[in-house]
Design a protein around this ligand. Structure first.
Ligand SMILES: [Zn+2]
Length: 170
C-alpha cells in the first residue's frame, strides 16, 4: 500500500480514495493476510478515514504462553486534522508538545497519509487487553511440563548402571 499524497485526494471522485486490500501488515503476526476496505476522504480541513477490517491474529496466551488465533472484525473510523503546523510539533517546547498530542491526530495538508501504518495502529487498538487462549485457561500445566516418562528413563538408566561391569580400580 502506497502512502497517499493528501492533495491528490482533491482530484479523486468525491475527493475520496477507496482501497480494497488483502495483504500482510508488517510487524503484525497474522495467520492470513488482513482483508478489508479503506476509504480516505478529503473534507477540506480534515481527512475522514473509515475501514472495515478482517484479520486472524496470532497471539500468545498470558496464562499458558501457548500461541492461539484470534479473529478480529473491526470497523475503525478516525478524523485526522489537516494542520500546516503538523510537522512542527517536534520543535515545540515539551508542555506544548504534550498538549498537541492530546488533540487528535493531525497531518500536514501537503503531507502523506500512510494507510499501512494506520491499519497497523487500528488492529493493535482492537487487540484484546487480556490475551487468553480460552476463558478458563488453567495456565501452564505442571504435569505436562514435567512428563513422567522422564522418571522412567532415569529408572532405566539406573538399572543399566547397576548391570554394567565396574571400572577396574587401580
Ligand atoms: Zn492459555
Amino acid at each position: 500500500m502506497e502512502p497517499i499524497y493528501v492533495p491528490s485526494l482533491l482530484k479523486a471522485p468525491q475527493k475520496t480514495e477507496v482501497i480494497e486490500f488483502k495483504q500482510f501488515i508488517p510487524e503484525l503476526d497474522t495467520l492470513m493476510p488482513v482483508r478489508g476496505t479503506l476509504s480516505v476522504s478529503h473534507a477540506g480541513t480534515y481527512l475522514q478515514i473509515q475501514a472495515t477490517l478482517e484479520a486472524i491474529v496470532t497471539l500468545t496466551c498470558d496464562r499458558c504462553l501457548q500461541q492461539y488465533n484470534h479473529r478480529l472484525n473491526v470497523s475503525p473510523e478516525e478524523v485526522i486534522w489537516l494542520d500546516v503546523n503538523a510537522d512542527r510539533f517536534e520543535d515545540l517546547p515539551l508542555e506544548q508538545e504534550v498538549l498537541s498530542e492530546e488533540l487528535t491526530e493531525s497531518l500536514h495538508p501537503e503531507g502523506h497519509f500512510d494507510p499501512e501504518k494506520w491499519l497497523y495502529e487500528q488492529l493493535c487498538l482492537a487487540l484484546p487487553h487480556r490475551k487468553l487462549c480460552r476463558q478458563d485457561c488453567g495456565g501452564i500445566d505442571v504435569e505436562s511440563a514435567n512428563p513422567p516418562t522422564l522418571d522412567h528413563r532415569w529408572a532405566a538408566l539406573q538399572d543399566l548402571k547397576g548391570k554394567l561391569p565396574r571400572e577396574p580400580t587401580r
